[in-house]
Design a protein around this ligand. Structure first.
Ligand code: KIV
Length: 271
């Protein structure tokens, strides 16, 4: 049997096989060509062009301001750097809620203009009609339940979701609904680990967690957070794998010092 690292191109079918054989799925965000190239070459299974670009690339407080055109710009840059990963792109806030024709148009624009492989949408039963239309056009859809940042002004807080029985039940029903519609995977964000486990056991499609515990079928993190570029954000679920903020600050400091002291450039660094 081949393992994921020997496979040329990750497809939704391969992700399904990974769930069946218990191989965990790795997913990270990327928003530009250079980072996507590194993340892909390192072997990440899914690259998410997340609307978190609104926060980490553009400096907005929420994901709401990013536009469809901006998502397409980020996604087409990422696609040029990727050979192996499945590239999933967030439909941004306002491009699909409440109007299935507009949702279909938005999804088709992303697929046509960026070359991405799938789209992701936040919500359950309330966006069912849009998901059906997008799926019927042949576009793979990843769901997103739990803490859905596009609804932050409805929640009023980034606290853990579905701690209460009623919200947990609604999440389970929504997850089953998304599976029945034909979504190929679902992101579960910031929910109790026991609920993550239950949903992963009850569904056949892969569940990718961010703050959803260890029992789901894969994990996703925002690349700027896990590389320690952005030090202001430290939720409990975040593991930092590098301290690039310090590395970059030191490198820039050394450069400034070399320029000021006339050490850079030296004789070998000119023409
Ligand atoms: O936009 C994003 O980065 C996301 C992940 C947090 C799952 O949706």
């Amino acid at each position: 049997m081949s393992t994921h690292s020997e496979i040329k191109r990750i497809t939704t079918h391969i992700l399904q096989e990974m769930k069946v054989r218990g191989e965990k799925i790795s997913m990270l965000t990327a928003y530009d060509y250079s980072m996507a190239k590194i993340v892909d070459a390192a072997g990440t299974d899914i690259i998410l062009v997340g609307d978190s670009a609104s926060n980490v690339m553009a400096g907005h407080e929420t994901t709401l301001p990013i536009t469809l055109d901006q998502m397409i710009y980020h996604a087409s840059s990422v696609i040029r750097g990727v050979n192996r990963a499945l590239v999933v792109v967030d439909l941004p806030f306002g491009s699909y809620q409440g109007n299935s024709s507009e949702a279909l148009r938005s999804a088709i624009r992303i697929m046509k203009e960026s070359g991405a492989h799938a789209i992701k949408m936040e919500g359950g039963e309330e966006i069912g009609e849009s998901i059906i239309r997008i799926l019927s056009a042949g576009v793979p859809v990843m769901g997103h339940l739990g803490l859905t940042p596009q609804s932050i002004y409805k929640f009023g807080t980034y606290a853990v979701r579905a701690r209460e029985e009623a919200e947990a039940q609604k999440l389970i029903e929504d997850a089953k609904f998304l599976e029945e519609l034909g979504c190929f995977a679902i992101v579960l964000e910031k929910i109790p680990a026991t609920l993550g486990k239950q949903v992963a056991e009850e569904l056949k499609i892969p569940l990718i967690g961010i703050g959803a515990g260890p029992h789901v079928d894969g994990q996703v993190l925002v690349i700027h957070d896990m590389l320690g570029i952005n030090k202001d954000f430290s939720p409990k679920f975040l593991r930092r794998y590098a301290d690039l903020n310090t590395i970059i600050t030191d490198a820039v400091g050394n450069y400034i010092q070399d320029v000021k002291s006339k050490d850079f450039p030296n004789d070998r660094e000119g023409y």
